[in-house]
Design a protein around this ligand. Structure first.
Ligand code: FEO
Ligand code: CA
Ligand code: CA
Ligand code: CA
Length: 599
């Protein structure tokens, strides 16, 4: 990559090289600190972290495992904020001494329930000498909160109360215990947090006991399997056994809205936004003030969605804004290329018009209680949304992860992380590579720059990989000047309009650590990818949040490498010595206290 001063404003740092160390790496002139680790106390009554003797009671008062989404909401100023964090899943063999995957103990299962879910925690700048960007948790802050697998959540919107959502414990179909596999998320203009339930299927056992063919098909479309679940939770709570509670799995796979400023509030599972393996939801206001949520379903050959609210956002009216995501229309995307199909050969070679690009339409699936899908009721469209997408011929994508509109331009960016199952024959202009192991990033322009538009134009911004690989594309930018990047997952924007991309999978594709990159999306440097940070080997880079003075990332599953266990840790980050690895939030900042990416 070129010299720091040539880069786009906000990306003027010296890019780091690809890394393989058991460490976080940042550019020259930057520092980093750990903000919170798995097991750190959120309340002063939490015992000191002791992984050899962890308990459910301790975990309920401590920061959870495998942090993923990170959001910052304003509290008092730049140095005192509310941080919200997802805890996607647990890695039991790395968490517990002598863990027997065939026979977990009840206490281990209860610890895992407490280590899943969500954290709300106030953080404050430390100002300890030159470490001007460091952040510390404010233990016992009144907004601090843990939500987990035993916390009460409310189903809201048009499918709430549906027969498909009723169980023995909840005959009304409106109250669910817990949130599961919360991956990424987003913040709303009205000050709430959206968190996405992704691979919920892994927690449920015995889908094979369901014999009705329609019900079976619905379970299998969501990947719910026969036999025992990986974690065996069904042994300690019947609701995880589909033979006993066939509807419980329908109560997961939603976008959840949390009010971080009211620690007594019951979070809402917003059924109007559909049920699938939600990666995230991000909000943009339409030209007329309606709220638009962009969403991806992270599965090979699954779909890209948006929701448009019926009502308009009203600044300052929290009670009204809390209803926006209960009423509206859910759409799924169909993308059409503008080059002849014969020019898309699956190798990533550009078609004759010089771009992978075309037109798209948002196909309406359901508006409130009115279905637009023949043969499906509105509640079926909302609860079995994947089948609705199948029925209308939505475009099968290469694993849609974050879908993020630029706050500055409204242009929407879609991370398509990878899809090695796509064959060259299945390649089309929007997913143009067979065996797409490095993934790509798509750019959508809504018609009239209106987020509520029914149509859009699209083009591919990046075909990821090592720039020496001829199948890569960096928006036409000089490939000799870009950093290798693979498996784009989470997206964020800085105040200058640059796109930041974190990755999930580089150890397997490039042989190097997952990382965070800044990318110029406008001007002469458009397509220039610059690596800012790398996480320890075996970890995934999540988050990210880029502010004026700080870059936050979630280091998820550090040291999760084949053969790793509590007894055989393959990472000792962040505590060093012979310690087991701990998923943690990291903040990076300039040693001289200046703005991120300023020359
Ligand atoms: Fe949990 Fe789609 O990554
Ligand atoms: Ca084209
Ligand atoms: Ca993700
Ligand atoms: Ca991922």
């Amino acid at each position: 990559p070129g010299s720091s001063t040539d880069a786009a404003v906000g990306l003027r740092f010296t890019p780091i090289a690809q890394q393989t160390d058991d460490a976080v790496t940042v550019p020259a002139g930057y520092l980093h600190d750990v903000v919170l680790r798995w097991g750190d106390p959120l309340f002063s009554d939490a015992p000191a972290f002791d992984p050899a003797n962890q308990t459910e009671a301790a975990q309920l008062r401590q920061f959870g495992y495998n942090n993923d989404h990170v959001g910052l909401l304003p509290l008092n100023n730049q140095d005192e904020q509310v941080m919200v964090v997802n805890h996607e899943y647990t890695s039991e063999p790395m968490m517990f001494p002598d863990y027997d995957p065939e026979n977990p103990t009840e206490e281990q299962v209860r610890i895992a329930w407490a280590a899943h879910g969500l954290t709300v925690v106030a953080v404050t700048g430390k100002h300890r000498g030159p470490r001007s960007g460091a952040f510390d948790a404010i233990v016992d802050h009144p907004l601090n909160r843990r939500l987990h697998v035993r916390t009460e959540f409310e189903l809201s919107g048009p499918a709430a109360g549906s027969d498909y959502l009723r169980t023995t414990a909840d005959p009304e179909g409106r109250t669910v215990l817990g949130t599961l596999n919360n991956c990424a998320g987003g913040l709303t203009p009205w000050g709430t947090w959206l968190t996405a339930e992704e691979n919920f299927n892994q927690y449920f056992a015995n889908a094979g006991a369901v014999t009705d063919p329609v019900a079976r098909q619905r379970l299998s479309r969501y990947g719910l399997g026969s036999g025992a679940s990986e974690r065996k939770w069904e042994r300690f709570d019947d609701r995880f056994d589909l033979a006993k509670e066939p509807n419980e799995a329908n109560r997961f796979g939603w976008i959840v809205e949390v009010d971080p400023f009211d620690p007594t509030s019951t979070p809402k599972k917003r059924t109007a936004l559909g049920r699938f393996k939600h990666e995230a939801a991000t909000i943009r206001l339409a030209a007329d003030g309606r709220a638009v949520a962009y969403m991806g379903d992270d599965e090979r050959f699954d779909y890209l969605y948006k929701f448009v609210s019926r009502d308009r956002y009203r600044q300052g009216d929290a009670a009204h804004n809390a209803t926006l995501l209960d009423n509206g229309t859910l759409y799924v995307a169909r993308l059409t290329g503008d080059s002849p199909a014969t020019e898309i050969d699956g190798t990533g070679t550009l078609p004759a018009d010089g771009e992978f690009d075309g037109a798209g339409e948002w196909i309406p699936l359901v508006t409130g209680n009115v279905s637009h899908v023949p043969g499906m009721t509105a509640e079926e469209v909302l609860i079995f949304t994947r089948q609705a997408g199948d029925a209308v011929g939505a475009t099968k994508m290469d694993r849609p992860e974050d879908v993020e509109p630029s706050p500055r331009t409204g242009t929407v960016y879609v991370a398509l992380t990878n899809n090695t199952r796509r064959t060259a024959a299945q390649a089309h202009e929007a997913n143009p590579r067979g065996n797409n192991k490095h993934g790509h990033v798509l750019e959508l322009e809504e018609t009239g720059a209106d987020a509520a538009a029914a149509t859009f134009a699209w083009r591919i911004l990046l075909l990821c990989g090592d720039p020496e690989d001829p199948s890569t594309y960096f928006a036409g930018f000089d490939k000799s000047q870009v950093s290798p990047i693979s498996c784009p997952d989470n997206l964020a924007f800085d105040d200058h309009g640059n796109l930041w991309i974190s990755t999930d999978g580089q150890p397997g594709t490039l042989g190097t650590n997952d990382a965070l990159y800044g990318v110029a999306v406008a001007g002469k440097r458009r397509g220039e990818v610059r690596q800012f940070l790398a996480v320890p080997h075996g970890g995934e880079t999540c988050g990210p949040v880029v502010t004026d003075k700080r870059v936050l990332v979630a280091v998820q599953h550090p040291g999760e490498i084949d053969g790793a266990s509590y007894e055989n840790p393959l990472s000792h980050w962040p505590d060093g010595g012979t310690s087991i690895p701990r998923p943690s939030i990291v903040v990076a900042y300039r040693a001289d206290g200046k703005t991120i990416g300023q020359a």
